[in-house]
Ligand binder design. Structure first.
Ligand code: HEC
Length: 186
């Protein structure tokens, strides 16, 4: 398996020390794991240090889907999607999204059989990621799915209370969905 210099540069730019194997190549799995480590950390930091602190603890400002009209904080899922959209614009050799088997927004439901299988796998056991290869159109992809866990009380309260949430008994530490990272294979 081969990883291009652009990918390695992307990892380095994301603040991750790229430790290449002796033969100078990063595997698809290592690349996905590294990208996910950055995404998960940023997501947790935003939720704990911004949303949970200012909304739930200090009650200074709320997070809202309509954050512009409401002069509120963007939701953690919106922050995540804005990042994913910016990466897509840069035409980087990977894409990512946040999905769930119990989505507040139906757009975030799994769309491919591999996504569904992966979300089910990480819901059952959130200690290890799910990896698979899938062909979409004419391209073969390496697809990695990581558990998205309730890392702060704000995750649980907001989803359980949301009118569009199909699940209302999320608990702290549980899997609420998954991060899907997709890398085209050369
Ligand atoms: C203030 C409310 C709020 C908070 C806090 C919040 N969410 Fe969400 N979350 C939402 C809404 C609303 C959506 C749908 C956003 C969209 O339109 O895509 C969503 C989307 C998601 C999705 C994609 C699937 C879906 O439900 O549409 C996952 C997974 C998710 N959130 C998990 C979490 C986790 C884990 C946390 C804590 C780290 C968290 N959320 C914090 C409201 C919230």
């Amino acid at each position: 398996m081969k990883t291009s210099r652009t990918m390695v540069a992307a990892l380095a730019a994301a603040g991750f020390a790229v430790v290449a194997p002796a033969h100078g190549q990063v595997t698809y799995k290592a690349m996905a794991d590294a990208l996910h480590a950055v995404m998960e950390s940023d997501r947790t930091v935003y939720t704990r240090m911004v949303v949970n602190r200012l909304q739930n603890e200090e009650k200074v400002i709320k997070a809202s889907e309509h954050f512009k009209d409401d002069k509120a904080l963007p939701l953690p899922a919106q922050m995540f999607r804005f990042g994913a959209e910016m990466v897509a614009e840069k035409k980087m050799p990977f894409s990512y999204s946040l999905q769930s088997l119990w989505p507040v927004n139906k757009q975030n439901a799994p769309k491919t059989p591999v996504e569904k299988k992966g979300l089910e796998a990480v819901a059952k056991d959130n200690t290890k990621p799910f990896y698979a290869e899938e062909t979409l159109g004419k391209t073969k992809y390496f697809t990695a799915i990581y558990a998205d866990k309730a890392v702060a009380p704000a995750c649980v309260t907001c989803h359980n209370d949301h009118k569009d949430s199909p699940k209302t008994d999320f608990k702290i530490g549980q899997t609420m969905g998954g991060v899907v990272i997709r890398i085209p294979m050369k």
